[in-house]
Design a protein around this ligand. Structure first.
Ligand code: VOV
Length: 249
């Protein structure tokens, strides 16, 4: 049997995309809209407190284009906690005015393709921990898409030797390093959890860097030959008053 990569697995992730039902939201009396918005903002403040106590992380972005109106990305130590948050959100008044657009379930993942030999427990290494249990940056933009590694005919990633996969992942990592300081990536594994194999979440203050990075990677063998992609979502960050404005008619 071919050698599977060993993964380190961190926080569980839910990307929850919603479309606002603006016409029924508009019909709600203004005071009820304000109360529902305030209730949702309190919910987001509580999420922020969990981030600050480093027991999880979240990101709230509005989505550009018709695929959704906003995305709530949540990271927690267990799948059960993610489910509980999803249920809490669904019981908020505002949720009655949202239509599910897309969701993605995964777990933050690091593979051992580029790891050196070591006897230490990687889960105790602070650099590894910072990636498995990440703080999410409050960048102006986010980009999310799910992807697979191809398994077709002669182009089957899972039939390649460990050495060949290592070589290709090294090249992938080198391209990624060229975007250090410009784009932060969170790769989360979803085999057995969702319809694709990984979720890719990118954060940047310069939205064009998403296009440049994803384009440059397309020429790299891992993506050119083996990458298959789902839908792309791009969003913008709203904080404080802007969140309120977003829901104001
Ligand atoms: C910001 C840039 C950036 C950087 C620095 C980076 C680096 C790295 C390293 C070093 C490693 C391997 C070790 C690990 O950490 O797991 C990976 C791993 C991975 N990547 Fe990556 N990646 C980036 C960015 C980046 C992008 C933009 C994509 C989407 C590809 C595209 O064509 O649209 C991607 C995908 C992945 C995936 C699916 C995996 C897991 C593959 C597997 O088979 O297990 N990734 N990635």
């Amino acid at each position: 049997m071919n050698e599977a990569a060993i993964t380190l697995d961190g926080w569980y992730v839910l990307h929850d995309f919603r479309t606002m039902d603006w016409s029924s939201w508009k019909q709600l009396p203004a005071e009820e809209r304000q109360a529902a918005t305030a209730e949702f903002l309190v919910f987001l403040d509580e999420m922020q407190q969990v981030d600050e106590s480093k027991e999880g992380a979240h990101a709230f972005y509005t989505v550009v284009g018709q695929k959704a109106d906003f995305m709530l990305m949540t990271l927690r130590p267990t799948m059960d906690e993610l489910n509980a948050i999803e249920n809490r959100f669904n019981k908020l008044t505002i949720a009655e005015f949202t239509i599910p657009a897309y969701s993605y379930v995964s777990v933050v993942e690091l593979s051992n393709y580029l790891a050196g030999e070591s006897n230490e427990d990687p889960y105790q290494n602070p650099h590894v921990r910072a990636r498995l249990y990440p703080e999410l940056p409050r960048t102006q933009y986010v980009c999310f898409y799910p992807m697979d590694k191809r398994r077709q005919g002669d182009d089957n990633w899972y039939m390649l030797s460990m050495d060949d996969r290592k070589t290709m992942m090294r090249s992938h990592g080198m391209i990624g390093r060229g975007y250090a300081g410009k784009v932060k990536q969170i790769i989360s594994g979803s085999i057995g959890f969702d319809d694709f194999e990984w979720g890719v979440t990118l954060f940047s203050d310069d939205v064009l860097q998403f296009k440049k990075l994803v384009y440059e990677m397309r020429f790299d063998e891992v993506s050119a030959r083996y990458g298959e992609f789902g839908s792309f979502f791009v969003g913008t960050y709203l904080d404080g008053e802007k969140r309120k404005e977003f829901f104001t008619i």
